[in-house]
Design a protein around this ligand. Structure first.
Ligand code: ADP
Ligand code: MG
Length: 327
């Protein structure tokens, strides 16, 4: 559906804002474009939507080259730019009708606009002036504007920036719903945002793609070995021997003593696999009591920090990460 090849953008002299990036997005995917501020997300999205020209490289949308057949390519895209192009003195009704004409849509106007308003839940503000709407409603109007004309692809640049937590949850669930029958790319500098909505994450840092994988694979793939911290009641030497006897375990060290007969073990296992079941089975077999067990693999948040190690990275600390690291 979307094919980006060797895209580079240099604004003026200096180092490029986007450097030779390539990726493909299939029909129906919801992809998160994640990176710290200044990473090149908006630049890329503006090029995908033909708001901005690339210095080199190509973009195809639904088979059409954005440069060679811009109208055909653009007809397939609905775009919510970082600064939504709202005419704040218009009512929602006037604005959406205006966009309908601008895009030269050939659907039944009244029915189509009504359908879009229902989808993004703005029926109750339809006759109000955009200036007087809350930020959350304005963002919905921005998304409605992108949906006019039923484009197959939705490109949303930081769609939740500036919203309060309740509005964020609402917009997220709206995007998820839209993802059921659209191909969606959304950008954010907040990991939890992307994680909550997207099946696949492309991480961009300093204009380059540093990771591109399914959300779940990303967190697995980066730590070569996984680690478990286990608290076990039982004879220390016997425990060590039994744990070391597990095939997939590469190393066991005692990292603390909690009580006379209770020790904490740090278990390193081979290849990124979850070995909690094997450790549990071993304990049962040897009649040890497991009092606590934590998976200490790298969390996605730590991976993101590592990959984009610039000070500008923002990670939402309110998100629930896997138990383990620092609690
Ligand atoms: P993001 O959306 O990830 O925050 P941008 O694509 O907006 O990143 O910016 C990427 C880089 O390009 C930044 O270093 C930014 O300063 C630079 N940049 C963005 N827009 C312009 C512009 N119009 N002129 C010059 N430099 C720009
Ligand atoms: Mg941006």
């Amino acid at each position: 559906m979307i094919e980006v090849k060797n895209l580079t953008k240099r604004y003026s002299g200096g180092r490029p804002a986007v450097k030779d990036i390539s990726f493909k997005i299939d029909k129906g995917e919801i992809v998160g474009f994640l990176g710290p501020n200044g990473a090149g997300k908006s630049t890329t999205m503006n090029i995908l939507t033909d708001y901005l020209s690339a210095t080199s490289g190509s973009v195809r949308i639904g088979g059409f080259d954005v440069l060679q057949q811009p109208n055909k390519a653009k007809a397939k895209i609905g775009f919510l730019p970082e600064q939504p192009p709202l005419y704040i003195d218009m009512t929602v009704e006037e604005y959406l009708n205006f966009v309908f004409e601008l895009k030269k849509v050939r659907l039944d106007r009244a029915r189509h606009i009504e359908e879009v308003c229902r989808l993004v839940k703005i029926e109750e503000v339809y006759r109000r002036v955009i200036r007087n709407l809350s930020k959350g409603y304005r963002q919905r109007v921005g998304i409605a504007q992108a949906l006019i004309g039923n484009p197959e692809v939705l490109i949303l640049d930081e769609p939740t920036v500036g919203l309060d937590p309740k509005q964020i949850v609402e917009i997220r669930s709206l995007i998820k719903r839209l993802g059921k029958d659209h191909t969606v790319i959304l950008s954010s500098h907040i990991l939890s945002e992307i994680q909550a909505v997207c099946e696949r994450i492309i991480i961009i840092s300093n204009g380059s793609i540093v990771a591109d994988d399914q959300t779940e694979n990303l967190s697995k793939g980066f730590s070569e070995n996984s680690h478990l911290t286990v608290q076990i009641e039982g004879d220390k030497e016997e425990c060590l021997k039994a744990l070391r006897g597990i095939d997939s375990v590469s190393e066991v060290t005692v990292t603390g003593q909690k009580d006379e007969n209770i020790f904490e073990y740090y278990i390193e296992t081979k290849k990124n696999a979850d070995r909690r079941r094997e450790v549990f089975g071993c304990a049962v077999k040897n009649r040890f009591v497991i009092l606590a067990m934590q998976d200490s693999s790298m969390t996605l948040e730590e991976i993101f920090m590592k990959l984009t190690s610039t000070a500008a990275v923002s990670t939402d600390k309110t998100q629930k990460t896997k138990p383990g690291k620092e609690g």
